[in-house]
Write a protein of this length. Sequence first.
Length: 253
Amino acid sequence: MARRKKIYEGKAKILYEGPEPGTFVQYFKDDATAYNAEKKDVIDGKGVLNNRLSEFFMKGLNHIGVPTHFIKRLNMREQLIRAVEIIPLEVIVRNYAAGSMSKRMGIEEGTQLPRPIIEFSYKDDSLGDPLVPEEYIIAFGWASQQDLDDIVALALRVNDFLSGMMLGVGIKLVDFKIEIGRVWDGDFQRLIVADEISPDSCRLWDIETGQKLDKDVFRRDLGSLADAYTEVARRLGVLPSNVTHAVKPHVIN
Ligand code: AIR
Ligand code: ASP
């Protein structure tokens, strides 16, 4: 393949220059990291699964009029996306307490929250992605008050869509993270959902058993991450049911 210009390499994905101006190619790696990259591994097949799952969610959002960066999937690991300027925030929506909220507030994991709670973290690994108040976001110029209102509206629509989709396949959407990008249509600026939506960026629990089907399986050493993601994909009909994730050949004794 012709050499392409790398725009950015993150922990789980690489962005390349796209075929047309205003586009990027997003490549999904098999690398898994947690706790701001203190814990690392390579999980065979994770990139393929996340490429398919993110395509599935973003396409669905586009269909219901929630704008996303997704244009089309190119191959097993790559998708064509709109080039955006990423707002340096993790926009987190929580329906049930878990993870850092449970720790911070002393609320038991799995406790249903009175309403979806949105919070913002500043994207900076060296600082550990600290939670930031809206005041910081506006004062530091990352987003305006109007942008924040738009981001909250987008995040709540994504939450309703994903929660319903997951409920339909027996999965509880505990929380998730999205990133937001700016695009310009002429002089007109718009905010759209960017980055990825996958079990790397959500907490997904089986409704019946409470089994974790997301990156916490890796963070907390709970078993096979690829199996968990394959199960999510299978339930959503994203993978034909007779396909299992790509594993290396191994000797059975
Ligand atoms: N998240 C936050 N930073 C990166 C990711 N993937 C996601 C987690 C979880 C939610 O945001 O996967 O779904 C809240 O994370 P935490 O650690 O703040 O409880
Ligand atoms: N902060 C993210 C997580 O824990 C990614 C990372 O730490 O590398 O999921």
